[in-house]
Design a protein around this ligand. Structure first.
Ligand code: HEM
Length: 117
């Protein structure tokens, strides 16, 4: 069970890597667009995060305040990606720079909360 939990944590972190990696790729290429991998990575983080939020195996102690803060950050990031994606589809332009920066900051903040708290 411990091994299974660790594997789910690994997939959870891969979700973050996909979202943030896709964001860095857009920033580095100076395209500043939201892309599908950002959304898929976020979905992966959400599903694995919810699985990890259940107290298994027996006797595990979870910090639900921290988990709740991460859930709020993830939902905020989902909203930013959703709003930006609709706008870029409608206008054909990159997302407004403030939204693009917000997405990167929210993603890194969630990882920061996970490992520093
Ligand atoms: C983009 C959003 C997220 C990022 C970047 C992220 C990142 C991480 C990282 C790096 C870890 C491993 C380090 C650790 O154990 O603390 C982790 C663990 C975990 N995450 Fe997330 N997470 C995110 C969202 C969520 C959400 C939405 C939930 C639940 C609703 C969640 C629940 C958990 C749980 C339960 C653990 C394992 C903690 C433990 O076993 O002690 N995460 N997360």
């Amino acid at each position: 069970m411990d091994l299974l939990r660790n594997v789910v944590v690994l997939v959870h972190i891969v979700g973050f890597a996909i979202t943030f990696g896709a964001w860095v790729a857009e920033a580095a290429a100076q395209r500043f667009r939201f892309t599908r991998p950002m959304e898929y990575g976020l979905l992966l983080s959400l599903l694995t995060g919810l699985a990890l939020a259940a107290p298994w195996p027996d006797g595990i102690d979870l910090n639900y305040t921290k988990i709740g803060v991460k859930l709020v950050l993830l939902l905020a990031l989902g909203a930013v990606l959703g709003i930006g994606s609709v706008r870029q589809r409608r206008t054909g332009q990159p997302v407004p720079r403030a939204l693009f920066v917000a997405a990167g900051l929210l993603s890194v903040s969630a990882a920061g909360v996970a490992v520093i708290w």
